[in-house]
Design a binder for this molecule. Sequence first.
Ligand code: PMP
Length: 417
Amino acid sequence: RPYAAVTGAEIQAPLIHGGTVRYANLDYGASAPALSVVSAYLNEILPYYASVHRGAGYASQISTSVYENSRDIVREFVGGRPDDLVIFTRNTTDSLNVLAGCLPRRNGEQAGDVLYLDIEHHANLLPWQRVGHRSIVARETLAETVEAIREELAAGGVALLAVTGASNVTGEILPIAELAALAHEYGARIAVDAAQLAPHRRIDIAALDVDYLAFSGHKLYAPFGAGVLVGRPDWLNEGTPHLFGGGAVREARLDSVTWTTGPARHEGGSPNVLGAATLAKATQVLASLDHDEWQRHEAEIRAHLEAGLSAVEGVTVHRVFSDSADSIGVVNFSVEGYDAGLVAAYLSAEHGVGLRDGKFCAHPLLKRLGLPAGSLRASFGLGSRLEDAERLIAGIRQLRERGLGWDYVVDSGRWVP
Ligand code: PMP
């Protein structure tokens, strides 16, 4: 598939000083717009929308086969092993919570801790706080950070290393294959939060030797409401079922239950068939893209944004590691003297640029970067244009040169012109 023109409709953004302009969506990291192929597929399967696994009717059979096929499509997308379970969830948060309920136990006790870095999104941090856990502060370089992880693993008693594939705050990519080898060397497993990585890079969990992978449909050009957890079957087949209810049981009695195994163990209740199917369709589109063109396009916009923003006086681009080479389409920055929320409101109203401000559900990292009040994140992907990056840079340049030029009142915590 050629790289260009895979996203949906263009949106016009109204400007405060009148008129409209093409909406420069630089908030793909929060949720990416649905691909046109995905929207078309949604419309195609809508008439067959029926309950899966339960009905013998024609629509039910189609729904069931669409749902079950989606597992195979996702497994192929991530390079899963034949016996890996593909469990559909609500999102990445849900997927990591499923895994948190499946850590191995010995003599009634959890058989080891979960180890994670302080750079994680709350989704890959808080589920582990429910169980035995240890955290490490990321060091100045990736090399030193990997060494710190090695030391902690070598101390023993770690069952799972949970790590992000790419930071949702800075876009920096972690050395997953190296960390997987390290975890296995010390008898631990590795779970990768691929919410940000999966929409930007091909991932092959068998080749990387990753045990568990989680990501969300809505960041991968599919609608909200579906995510996935892919991984080794043993822990998942024995762990606490994620949702107690219909479909998750082998046999239910009045006061006890025998749970089933396989993905159904964690998918109690009627599943999100359309969410799973559109997520799977989006993975097929990504897999069919011209890889070099895709990566070149992202790298070009990223380099342009980083250079353009850094060149503006008073703008700082934030990174965690001084030696990280590879990043996805995310640039994090702040403008000296300006509240991040105010800058984001100004960019939207004056320039038709949409981006995220705040703490990005990564409070420990933001605090450590010296940004307790938050910063700004520009993130992009398929369908993004160099001109979107240029509009953002021009907007920030204008802010530095002319100031806001607005009189603001604070209305219940929001800036209102
Ligand atoms: N991990 C990372 C790295 C993320 O960027 C996000 C979403 N911001 C999540 C997890 C959580 O994803 P979701 O909200 O879809 O559960």
